[in-house]
Structure formats: structure tokens, C-alpha cells
Design a protein around this ligand. Structure first.
Ligand SMILES: NC(=O)c1ccc[n+]([C@@H]2O[C@H](COP(=O)([O-])OP(=O)(O)OC[C@H]3O[C@@H](n4cnc5c(N)ncnc54)[C@H](OP(=O)(O)O)[C@@H]3O)[C@@H](O)[C@H]2O)c1
Length: 181
């Protein structure tokens, strides 16, 4: 059984580019880090999240980018980028014998519908949540959290309150108690 990890920063993405360099570095570190040097992590995202990534940062480097879209996307200019018509298709790819050797962790990085679908799946293991201690105007929201999450610690996740440009934020890790390995 593979484990899906969700990464979400509340609040909206504009905030990250304007204020939270530290948070962006944390996102990159967490979603890129592998134990085996010859493997990469997979990041799964919706087409709008992909569109929201500035061209110079596409694809997310040192990670295998999976994009979900019901349309035919033209991605041939990119290396290590795949598109799928459904989450089930993406999971089939992750289960392919030859592909399995290439990746280590699976991170789902949004948006709303994909978070929701993943949290309802049997593969949902952990949610890595960054809480920004300030209210911002947002246009995309995280779905309701499911029952059965407990907060856990992860040695790679700083426990102390972070601060950048006067804004506090904290990192949290929630584990799905119903996950069966
Ligand atoms: N704060 C954060 O941590 C965070 C995280 C992620 C995203 N964001 C922000 O949120 C915004 C985008 O989020 P969003 O929720 O609006 O959109 P999204 O999930 O990124 O993209 C939605 C699109 O993904 C495709 N899609 C979704 N579910 C699918 C499925 N099951 N099968 C196939 N295709 C599927 C569809 O693409 P087609 O229309 O092409 O068919 C759909 O229109 C951006 O502004 C982004 O920067 C913030």
C-alpha cells in the first residue's frame, strides 16, 4: 500500500510569493527530500495549480510532476511531467512495476477537489499543514478535514513558531488513524 501525503498552506498562494520565502523553502524541502539519491518524489496537482506556477519554476524541479486534467494538455516541452484524466489513472501509473522504482514519496499539492478526493481514498496517510497566523483574502479553500486525524511530530518539521516579515506561521502534521499500511 503506498502512502499519500498532502501538503497545504493556509491561506492563499499569493501570500506565499509575497511573504513566506521560508514557507516556500520548506515546501520545496519537504516535497523533494528522499532517502535514496536515485529516486524522486511525485507531486500530484490539479491543472489550475499547475497553471499558477510561474513558467520559470515549471516543472517543480527534482520532482516528478503529475497533473490532473480532463483535457489533453500539451506538456512535451517538459521532462518528468505526466498528465492524467483522473486520480485513478495517476494511481495506476504509480503502481506500474517499472515506474515504482523511480519514486519514493507521493505528495498531493492541491487544489481543493484533489485534496478532497485524496483524503477520502484509502491511500491518505498524512496531511502537512502550514497555518498562517493572520487572515488573508483567499479564493481557494481546503475541504473540511475528515474524522480520525491526530497530530503527530515529524523530525523534519520545525516545531517552533516561524516568523517572516512580521507574520507568524506554524507547521503541523496530521496522521490518518484509519490508514492501514
Ligand atoms: N495554499 C496552498 O497550499 C495551495 C495549494 C494548491 C493550490 N493552491 C492555489 O489554488 C488554486 C487552484 O486550486 P483549485 O482547487 O482551484 O484547482 P486545481 O485543483 O488545482 O485544478 C482544478 C482542475 O484540475 C483538474 N482536475 C481536478 N480534479 C480532477 C480529477 N479528479 N480528474 C481529472 N482532472 C481533475 C481539472 O482540470 P481541467 O479543467 O483542465 O479538466 C480541474 O478544473 C491556485 O490559485 C493555486 O495557486 C494553493
Amino acid at each position: 500500500m503506498f502512502k499519500i501525503l498532502l501538503y497545504y498552506m493556509c491561506c492563499c498562494s499569493d501570500m506565499s510569493s509575497q511573504y513566506a520565502r521560508t514557507e516556500m523553502d520548506y515546501f520545496t524541502r519537504m516535497t523533494s527530500k528522499t532517502k535514496h539519491q536515485d529516486k524522486k518524489n511525485v507531486v500530484i496537482m490539479g491543472r489550475k495549480t499547475w497553471d499558477s506556477i510561474p513558467k520559470k519554476f515549471k516543472p517543480l524541479n527534482n520532482r516528478i510532476n503529475f497533473i490532473l486534467s480532463r483535457s489533453d494538455l500539451v506538456l512535451s516541452e517538459y521532462k518528468d511531467v505526466y498528465s492524467f484524466k483522473s486520480l485513478a489513472d495517476a494511481i495506476n501509473k504509480l503502481n506500474e512495476h517499472n515506474f515504482k522504482n523511480l519514486y519514493e514519496n507521493i505528495w498531493v499539492i492541491g487544489g481543493s477537489h484533489i485534496y478532497d478526493e485524496c483524503m477520502k481514498s484509502e491511500y491518505f496517510y498524512r496531511l502537512y499543514l502550514t497555518r498562517i497566523h493572520k487572515a488573508f483574502e483567499c479564493d481557494t479553500f481546503f475541504p473540511a478535514l475528515p474524522e480520525g486525524l491526530k497530530e503527530v511530530s515529524d523530525e523534519d518539521v520545525p516545531k517552533e513558531v516561524q516568523n517572516e516579515k512580521g507574520i507568524d506561521f506554524t507547521y503541523h502534521v496530521y496522521e490518518n488513524v484509519n490508514f492501514k499500511d
